[in-house]
Design a protein around this ligand. Structure first.
Ligand SMILES: *Cc1c(COP(=O)(O)O)cnc(C)c1O
Length: 430
């Protein structure tokens, strides 16, 4: 802990000047609210300004994979820092970006997703896929194929293109007028019922494969992704898979798509890409899409899109190290036991909760635990998460669903401690 920090003063500066994301700021700024400062982390634990340690129960908003301060990732970033922190991918190449692109491609069946476009976060990775899909259609001679279909309750980020895809009314409803044309459907059945005249105008369908995160960890039926792939193939509609949350082992396999042997036309990666260390994102796509952008400069087929920090070398170095840790620690091989334990503990939690836990959903090491609502919607979920802090667990609810999504490096003992903290919190908050 930084002995010199004056937490009262810092709290005041935060209250006066920091606008927090997804946060009702009147409540946050209330003098009665004492925000927790996270000062350091180690493994799955994070420490606050008073010296208390907590399990990082939502992986620092779904990003962390191998724990905090992992020696391999720390060292890789330091090594890169001794060379250069940032250089531009616009007009120049960098070794970390070239290596990482090659490794990301190798995580998919040979020759399928072969091209990698780097950006900064999940929203930009999704936007890149959207713009590439539309421009590709134009350059293939189908400028009318510029629409998108997306699923009700979907979440794809907070920039305007991604917001147009979003299907969560409280977040996305008020911005509808500004958005792109998007046909929202609730299910495969609804998608399949769309008239051909409408589907002919689609550039792509966008989905969070297997599980919709921000919807409250809502699971798709098994086989749905494969059915969607066939639907897209039959109509030559691109499939964009948003694996921003599900990527990098979260679901038990490296990618959610792997569970159903599906290869999308675009996949958006971000959160866990750097092991949860640095903001970096990637949009992977096929040779078919890439080749639509080739031609003489004068033909104007270039993808005129990029960000200042595209392919940032520090981020790429962290991502390469994270993939190395997946291999050296056999991260994926250790998951089935942890996933199974989590399932058993959550079932027991519900059983013992005296109906205060009304259900739970799990996909790999992602879990949503439904708390029986009390009064205002969301109040019960918030109360449980707040109470969990006193039992050494930090996490966040989505409405009345408590999210448990620890780093993949969590041990079985730490999983037991995390679920026990939820159980105690459920009782405290009742
Ligand atoms: C978090 C998330 C995003 C947005 O990513 P940011 O890095 O926050 O922009 C997009 N899609 C999904 C599925 C996400 O979970």
């Amino acid at each position: 802990m930084e002995r010199n920090d004056d937490w009262d003063e810092l709290r005041e500066w935060d209250r006066r000047h920091v606008w927090h994301p997804f946060t009702p700021m009147e409540e946050w700024c209330d003098p009665g609210h004492q925000p927790v400062f996270i000062v350091q982390g180690r493994g799955v634990m994070v420490q606050d300004q008073s010296g208390r340690w907590y399990i990082d129960g939502n992986s620092s908003i779904w990003t962390n994979i191998h724990g905090h301060r992992h020696p391999v990732i720390d060292a890789a970033i330091r090594r890169q820092l001794e060379r250069i922190a940032h250089s531009s991918a616009l007009g120049f190449a960098s070794a970390p970006a070239a290596r990482l692109a090659r490794e990301l491609v190798s995580l998919w069946p040979g020759g399928t997703l072969t091209r990698v476009f780097f950006s900064d976060d999940g929203s930009t990775a999704v936007e890149c896929a959207m713009k590439m899909a539309v421009q590709c259609r134009m350059q293939e001679g189908h400028p009318d194929r510029c629409g998108f279909a997306a699923f009700d309750l979907g979440y794809h980020g907070d920039t305007l293109g991604a917001v147009s895809l979003g299907g969560i009314d409280v977040m996305h409803g008020r911005f509808r007028r500004l958005g792109l044309p998007v046909r929202r459907v609730r299910s495969m059945d609804e998608l399949e019922a769309l008239p051909p005249a409408e589907t002919a105008g689609l550039a792509a369908v966008v989905i969070e494969p297997l599980i919709q995160g921000a919807a409250g960890m809502k699971l798709w039926p098994a086989g749905m992704l494969r059915r969607l792939r066939s639907w897209c193939d039959a109509r030559d509609v691109f499939l964009i898979c948003d694996e921003v949350m599900t990527g990098f082992g979260r679901t038990g396999r490296m990618f959610a798509c792997h569970h159903e042997d599906v290869v999308p036309d675009f996949v958006a990666l971000a959160k866990g890409l750097t092991g949860g260390y640095l903001p970096l994102a990637a949009t992977l796509t096929t040779e078919r899409v890439f080749s639509a952008f080739l031609g003489p400069r004068e033909a104007g087929r270039t993808f005129l899109h990029g960000h200042s920090y595209t392919g940032n070398p520090l981020g790429c170095a962290a991502a390469l190290a994270s993939l190395e840790v997946f291999r050296s620690e056999r991260t994926l091989e250790a998951l089935p036991e942890k996933i199974d334990l989590l399932r058993r503990l959550l079932a027991r939690l519900q059983e013992r909760s005296g109906s205060r836990v009304t259900g739970f959903r799990q996909c790999g090491l992602i879990a949503g635990i439904d708390i029986r609502p009390s009064g205002v919607p969301g109040a019960a979920g918030r109360a449980v998460c707040l109470a969990a802090r006193d039992h050494g667990l930090l996490t966040r609810p989505i409405a009345d669903t408590v999210v448990l999504m620890p780093p993949l490096s969590i041990t079985t003992a730490e999983i037991e401690a995390a679920v026990e903290a939820v159980e105690k919190a459920v009782h405290d908050a009742a």
